[in-house]
Ligand binder design. Structure first.
Ligand code: ZN
Ligand code: ZN
Ligand code: FE
Length: 764
């Protein structure tokens, strides 16, 4: 006897060819009924036997279209009018519960279209289909249809309409569908905005690049500045014009084979390069034939593959990789608008390759690396955001909670009924444009998901611009505001990302990062905290060291090195000749209260300085630590390296980690002319061993079975690898690390939200 069922599917399922997918399976199975989009998701009504229903359900779950993610399937009995066939019917409205999709890189079918001379999209730079193309970057509001995107001004031609309306076509309901005749067009201008006359804009652009020109190229989520990666003088010019002294540039190569000419690419790394997010993947340099200026003092290069048809067509014309960096001046976010690009990049770019499809939402390129056994997100943006994280048990029904995140590498997190939405990387809120982006996106996410803010949570640090925003918003809207300690948020984010339920047991969280405000008003950053979602206690931390010169101590590593030497009464004046140390001697001898930090990030800076790294100052965040890791990676006989000792001292209610012995030993090694690569390696290994030693010591007195690693220091691939290797030999401890979110401050917002909910629901 046939049965009548309604199947309600939720997840990222609109605009990805889901209905035609259902339609085709239903037809094959001889099922009658209908499928339509609803604000709750996709609704399928079927009249069929139980075995047909089971076949339908297993196909739905096993052959889902590439960009679709099903989060839930609910089945109900329904009454309905007799169907005679299966059809796709009109969308119905109501409250939106579907997810906005991230932008996806061009698919292989579309690549075939644009490279096939007989195809009507041959050479068309805005080709897309339901399996690929822009999504988040072009959307203004939900539901996702053409009128809600920056494709609204383009009227589809007859041929495009036919594709759009045909359920058997790959472009059925592909909202940005377009072709040469009806869609967006390229424009190539000089720096004054005057059109360059040419037959083929792509070929002309490639010619200009080969002549050593710098070209501003409008991509999916913003402008890039591009030049050829093998022309040293152009790269030097770009660095000068952009005021970017050392920070590595990214590269785009036409295919994996080209990337393999320069870097090692493991199968896992190849998967990352070719997934639909198409991120920048940091890869070990194999054969350094490209100018070192691309990534000075690095052992890795950041490569990505062409992710839009425009990039693909351009790269086809080039045999060398294209160097790409975000189109902006110094540390501002990427420019998204044509006029603004012409104005602000005047004098930086020689030419502008633009188009008339507006970028509505800025999204930077994502950056990932493969570390030990999984992908590690470094910057989560294009292709990943706004993918939602599922809620571990207990976190349901907290919609409207907004966590505003940290100040640097900011993201925010908005809780909806069934998801945690973590924004794309927004960046350093201290730059005006990023701050405006932060405000704009908070508003956008509320609109897209119809989830107004009802409750706020911010970092304990009152001076973070995100905290100030939350404070102001809470006051003007009369909304509750909670605050959360930075390092607790790091741990909670990692627990949440790994699916730990709201009532899970206490874990030992090891949080090593730059600096964040601690409960005692000092700047923490080298912490061992026993924590669950709702509370934490501090078991150990690195000994406090004064920050000499406040903020300057972060940018001038010698200041930290000097502070350690003074603190441990080690005389190393030879290392500080020419530095204004006398003023600090006076300061340290005075009664003035200095800011103190337990930061491992700062310890890295200080050790890097002793080894000759960044002896003047850093020119980008974490430069000294990154260069120290690179130096250590060049150590050849790493099996034979001894380690340095730390001393654990019992203080009132927790343990202090004293690094005096480490300093003495490093200085002695330097005196004995031990290779700097070896010293750098020893330092890494010593920290890894210390971490494990402290964990095992606390294991004897505290009943935890999980160790969480979080904080920006763990982006250090060498250190993370050494730590996991050591944990591999330890039974009955589970090691939790970040993968979907960065271990740095990009995950703070999620942690804030999780802690706030757990406290609210009175867990712990
Ligand atoms: Zn496609
Ligand atoms: Zn058309
Ligand atoms: Fe942090």
């Amino acid at each position: 006897m046939p049965i009548g069922k309604q199947i309600i599917i939720t997840g990222a399922i609109q605009g990805v060819g889901f209905r035609p997918f259902v339609y085709n399976i239903a037809r094959q199975l001889d099922i009658v009924g209908e499928v339509y989009n609803d604000s709750a998701g996709v609704i399928i009504i079927v009249q069929c036997t139980n075995s047909q229903l089971n076949l339908l359900l297993s196909s739905l779950e096993n052959n889902t279209p590439v960009l679709a993610t099903i989060t839930n399937i609910k089945i109900e009995e329904v009454q309905f009018d007799g169907y005679v066939d299966f059809s796709i019917t009109q969308s119905r409205g109501g409250k939106v519960a579907t997810l906005v999709l991230p932008d996806a890189c061009i698919c292989n079918d579309c690549i075939n279209d644009i490279t096939n001379k007989n195809n009507r999209r041959y050479g068309y730079a805005f080709t897309n289909c339901t399996n690929c193309g822009p999504r988040f970057s072009i959307i203004k509001k939900m539901p996702y249809d053409r009128q809600s995107t920056s494709m609204a001004p383009f009227m589809m031609c007859q041929k495009c309409v036919q594709e759009y309306q045909n359920p058997n076509n790959r472009r059925f309901h592909a909202q940005p569908n377009a072709c040469h005749h009806c869609g967006p067009q390229l424009q190539l201008t000089d720096s004054a905005g005057k059109d360059i006359a040419c037959n083929d804009i792509i070929v002309k652009t490639a010619t200009l690049l080969k002549q050593g020109k710098i070209i501003a190229i409008k991509g999916i989520g913003g402008f890039h500045l591009a030049c050829l990666a093998n022309i040293e003088s152009t790269i030097a010019t770009l660095r000068k014009r952009k005021h970017r002294a050392h920070k590595p540039f990214a590269l785009m190569a036409k295919d994996i084979t080209t990337i393999k000419k320069y870097c090692q690419v493991s199968p896992q790394e190849e998967n990352l390069l070719t997934n639909s997010a198409s991120p920048i993947v940091l890869l070990k340099i194999d054969n350094n034939t490209l100018p070192s200026q691309i990534a000075p003092k690095q052992k890795k290069l950041g490569f990505m593959l062409p992710y839009t048809p425009l990039h693909y067509l351009l790269l086809q014309q080039l045999d060398t990789p294209l160097l790409l960096t975000s189109g902006n001046k110094s540390c501002n976010p990427q420019i998204t608008n044509n006029q603004q690009a012409l104005q602000e990049l005047e004098g930086v770019a020689d030419y502008f390759l633009m188009h008339n499809r507006d970028i509505i939402n800025r999204v930077d390129d994502s950056v990932v690396q493969f570390s030990t056994d999984k992908a590690q997100m470094i910057r989560r943006a294009r292709g990943y955001a706004p993918t939602a994280l599922p809620l571990p048990n207990g976190f349901e029904n907290c919609q409207g909670l907004l966590a505003v995140g940290a100040e640097l590498k900011n993201t925010f997190c908005l809780m909806t009924q069934s998801n945690a939405l973590i924004s794309q990387h927004i960046g350093d809120l201290k730059t005006l444009e990023s701050y405006q982006d932060f405000e704009y996106n908070i508003d956008l996410y509320q609109r897209l998901y119809m989830t107004p803010i009802q409750h706020l949570v911010a970092d304990l640090h009152p001076d973070y611009l995100s905290s100030k925003y939350a404070d102001n918003y809470a006051q003007t809207h009369d909304i509750k505001l909670d605050t959360v300690a930075h390092h607790h948020a790091h741990i909670a984010a990692c627990l949440f990302e790994n699916g730990r339920t709201i009532n899970s047991k206490k874990v030992l969280g090891v949080v090593w990062d730059g600096m964040g405000l601690g409960a005692d008003n000092s700047l923490w950053g080298g912490e061992f905290l026993l924590a669950d979602y709702s509370s934490f206690s501090r078991l150990a931390h690195f000994e406090y060291t004064p920050l000499l010169g406040g903020d300057k101590a972060q940018n001038e590593p010698w200041r930290m090195a000097y502070a350690y030497c003074k603190q441990y009464q080690i005389s190393a004046s030879a290392y500080f000749s020419g530095k204004p140390t006398t003023e600090f001697d006076a300061l340290l001898n005075s009664d003035l209260v200095l800011n103190n930090t337990s930061s491992v990030g700062r310890l890295f800076d200080a050790v890097a300085y002793l080894l000759g790294i960044c002896s003047h100052k850093i020119s980008y965040e974490a430069q000294a630590a990154i260069e120290l890791e690179n130096m250590a990676s060049a150590c050849l006989n790493f099996d034979a390296q001894p380690t340095y000792e730390f001393e654990l001292k019992q203080a009132k209610n927790h343990t202090h980690i004293d690094s005096k012995k480490l300093w003495i030993a490093i200085l002695k090694d330097l005196e004995n002319q031990v290779k700097r690569e070896d010293i750098a390696y020893r330092f890494h290994l010593s920290l890894a061993q210390l971490l494990v030693e402290v964990v095992l010591q606390f294991k004897q007195t505290h009943p935890f079975d999980t160790v969480v690693l979080s904080g920006g220091v763990f982006h250090n691939q060498l250190l993370s690898t050494q730590i996991s290797a050591l944990f591999a030999n330890i039974d009955n401890i589970t090691l939790l690390t970040h993968s979907k979110l960065p271990c740095g401050d990009g995950s703070i917002s999620l942690g804030q939200a999780a802690i706030c909910i757990a406290k609210e629901k009175k867990y712990g």
